[in-house]
Ligand binder design. Structure first.
Ligand SMILES: Nc1ncnc2c1ncn2[C@@H]1O[C@H](COP(=O)(O)OP(=O)(O)OP(=O)(O)O)[C@@H](O)[C@H]1O
Length: 450
């Protein structure tokens, strides 16, 4: 049966007396040993060392009863070298900032070099010297734990602790130097920074570790095959998804544009450039955005419309079993009538002649009325052609054209400020005729055709 979880007693986790606990800005109580506490712990560490040491290594006893290990002695089963602070100062060039490798929770880490004859059994090699930051949140307890555990374990995956320094209030740890930097740098920081961090100071490769807090860039972990998944855990579940539109989404592109298609009953989206496609049972449907079909109104591809090139054309006449159409001769333009004696007033070419409005104009022309402007409209009204639907359009177009012409006439720049409309030759004839009809003497109906 599993035991119910219980918080540990606060006293069990405390490493210092209550009066030594300092409250950090984050509200957590941290142990900040006072002077008396430090000396007491130093004695306990020495006692611990003496227990682990071989009897031969016990060189003396301090006043607290602990064995005093002099610098330079090997710490028995711990297999650690005890260094003096002066030695480590020499190794790290007095903890020069140019030898700084980085900084962690324990304190600053400096690079150093130990010479061959420094200790028996200690080869000449680069080392990393970690110095306890007295103002930090780690202290003697953490230092001691590191010494005890790493002093006993030897493993190829563990950085090897070579020795320590315990002098007065100074606590230092001496590790073998890891030329390729920390795993953290490889995983979560840029590769360049990781390499530079552990570079030789002489090469300018030393740099203070910068906790930018930015997410790592994936490309920097190429050399760590299989570990990419450790990065960007938030990205793991992500994959590319098409543009989605929720069925219940409201708005301009939402429900208001969704209609049940009569063909298959699937709701489909209607809107500019949007075509819905997908199973109706899914709440989120994929939406395919496509380009406007050439010739379609700006930005609004009709629902179901396909680009013109893909449209199915009506099969040719031959394919439908019909004879090919005869080649059509172009119809010559109807002759212009010049004056009443030539058969009536001028008639405009084009759509105005077609439909009810056109017939009205013809009737008006037969009645000898001029077919333009108000008279023409009145003639159309008299004939009962109100200009419904598409028959209204020629008149509107005519009015617009007249408006444009008026603007052009009134434009002080001679129409340069506006785009000139291309005028068909027969329209020019009509314009000239109208000018003559309105401005010239009533008898004058002769038109010069350019
Ligand atoms: N043995 C070593 N060899 C080379 N560089 C080291 C070594 N130990 C530490 N460093 C460098 O010093 C930096 C700080 O190391 P440290 O182990 O103190 O960091 P940390 O693990 O974040 O802190 P801590 O474990 O003390 O809370 C590392 O980023 C690394 O670049």
């Amino acid at each position: 049966m599993t035991k119910a979880w219980r918080p540990m007693l606060a006293s069990a986790t405390k490493c210092c007396a209550a009066e030594d606990a300092a409250v950090a800005p984050d509200g957590l109580a941290r142990c900040r040993p006072q002077q008396s506490e430090l000396s007491r712990r130093l004695a306990s560490f020495r006692r611990l060392s003496s227990l682990a040491n071989s009897p031969a290594s016990a060189a003396g006893t301090d006043k607290d009863g602990g064995s005093v290990k002099q610098a330079g002695e090997m710490a028995g089963p711990l297999q650690l070298h005890s260094f003096g602070l002066g030695e480590l100062r020499g190794v790290t060039h007095d903890f020069a900032s140019s030898f700084l490798l980085g900084e962690g929770g324990f304190g600053a880490v400096y690079k150093g070099f130990v010479d061959a004859g420094m200790r028996p059994g200690l080869a000449a090699q680069p080392v990393a010297v970690k110095q306890l930051n007295a103002a930090g949140f780690q202290g003697h307890r953490e230092w001691l734990a590191e010494v005890i555990f790493l002093g006993q374990f030897r493993h190829s995956h563990l950085v090897r602790l070579l020795g320590y320094c315990c002098e007065d209030e100074e606590r230092l740890l001496v590790y073998e130097f890891m030329p390729r930097g920390s795993l953290e740098n490889h995983l979560f920081r840029s590769r360049d920074l990781g390499d530079a961090t552990v570079g030789h100071p002489a090469q300018g490769g030393h740099r203070r570790r910068q906790g930018s807090g930015l997410p790592p860039r994936r490309q920097h972990a190429r050399h760590l095959q299989g570990l990419q998944g450790l990065q960007h855990p938030a990205r793991l579940g992500l994959h590319r998804q098409a543009v989605g539109l929720r069925a219940g989404q409201d708005g301009a592109r939402g429900r208001g544009h969704a209609r049940d298609d009569a063909r298959d009953g699937h709701p489909r989206l209607r809107g500019a450039g949007v075509r819905a496609d997908g199973p109706p049972e899914r709440e989120e449907r994929r939406v395919q955005l496509r380009r406007r079909a050439p010739g379609a109104p700006h930005g609004a591809a009709r629902h179901g419309a396909r680009p013109r090139a893909q449209r199915t054309r009506r099969p040719a006449a031959e394919a439908r079993g019909l004879d090919p159409p005869l080649p059509q001769r172009r119809q010559p333009p109807p002759a212009l009538h010049h004056g009443p004696e030539a058969g009536g007033p001028l008639l405009r070419q084009g759509r105005a002649r077609r439909g009810a409005a056109g017939r009205a104009v013809h009737r008006a022309a037969a009645a000898g009325q001029a077919a333009h402007g108000g008279r023409r409209r009145r003639a159309r009204q008299a004939a009962g052609a109100q200009g419904h639907g598409r028959h209204r359009r020629p008149l509107a177009r005519h009015r617009a054209r007249r408006r444009t012409e008026r603007h052009l006439r009134q434009d002080p720049r001679g129409g340069q400020g506006r785009r000139r409309r291309r005028v068909a030759p027969e329209e020019r004839v009509l314009q000239a005729a109208l000018v003559i009809l309105t401005a010239g003497p009533p008898a004058c109906h002769v038109v010069h055709v350019p």
